[in-house]
Design a protein around this ligand. Structure first.
Ligand code: HEC
Ligand code: HEC
Length: 217
């Protein structure tokens, strides 16, 4: 009896279904709105409006390939801790809910499926760091700096040789980034015929093993 009344009041089953679906979406919308506010206030000066990034100042956070491989944990911990020794400051003072709201805002422009679980589950890289260094010096160092120091070294690539990056990412994350690159940034893919160079899986793993050795040097 009660349900019949409710259904009648809402104008039939379609109305009820719409109500049930719209509630969680509205909660997310509020998070996204809050996240946008926090982003504009705290991040846009470097990462630019709509998070599109600026070469040599801050990377794009709206990039489809990044959003496709980065887990929420990667985003949340990077925002919370920043990247020591780079231009990326820590934002722990925004609190867990503030940081989560910013990630919800970034996710709202997600275009490719989120494959982060699968990417992070990829096997660890095994290879020869000496060969990796040769490739790195030859094709990566102009943008990322000879020691992976990033912008500090005068290039447009981020500090991929420093713990602030390396301690937060899986080998799968690095591997996918080297293979596919990040569209509409200076980071091109390095695999396949359309790549800036056609590195084999083994060569890419050599580079990853070399990168992992950099903070210890
Ligand atoms: C003062 C400039 C500055 C501000 C403000 C800033 N960032 Fe950054 N951010 C950077 C730089 C520079 C890097 C790259 C550091 C490096 O070289 O590894 C970065 C990197 C990142 C990354 C890693 C991206 C990737 O491609 O791996 C994330 C995520 C990020 N910032 C989120 C934020 C968020 C969210 C805010 C605001 C709460 C913010 N940043 C505020 C400068 C800034
Ligand atoms: C022409 C310049 C350029 C070259 C060459 C280059 N990169 Fe990049 N790389 C970038 C830029 C720029 C970004 C960040 C994209 C952005 O600014 O939004 C990046 C991002 C990355 C990231 C993700 C870092 C992060 O903070 O999330 C990795 C890993 C990476 N590059 C590895 C490499 C490797 C390994 C090579 C050599 C095989 C290489 N790159 C060559 C410019 C370059």
């Amino acid at each position: 009896m009660f349900w019949r009344m409710r259904v009648h009041m809402l104008g039939g089953l379609t109305g009820l279904a719409a109500l049930a679906i719209s509630l969680p979406v509205q909660a997310t919308d509020a998070d996204v709105m809050k996240g946008k506010g926090l982003f504009d206030e705290n991040c846009a000066a470097c990462h630019q409006e709509d998070a599109i990034g600026l070469p040599g100042t801050a990377p794009s956070l709206a990039n489809p390939e990044l959003l496709g491989i980065a887990s929420d944990k990667f985003f949340e911990s990077t925002i919370r801790d920043g990247r020591v020794d780079t231009g990326m400051p820590p934002f722990a003072h925004l609190g867990r809910s503030g940081v989560k709201a910013i990630v919800a805002y970034l996710r709202a422009s997600q275009k490719l499926p989120n494959r982060s679980t699968e990417v992070d589950a990829q096997p660890e890289a095994h290879g020869d760091p000496r060969l990796g260094k040769q490739w790195y010096d030859y094709i990566c160092s102009t943008c990322h700096g000879l020691a992976g120091d990033g912008y500090e070294a005068g290039g447009t690539g981020t500090a991929i040789g420093k713990p602030g990056f390396l301690s937060k990412v899986s080998d799968g994350f690095i591997r996918e980034t080297i293979k596919k690159g990040r569209s509409n940034t200076r980071m091109r893919g390095f695999s396949g015929a359309n790549g800036l160079a056609n590195l084999s899986d083994r060569e890419i793993d050599d580079i990853i093993v070399y990168l992992r050795s950099l903070p210890k040097q």
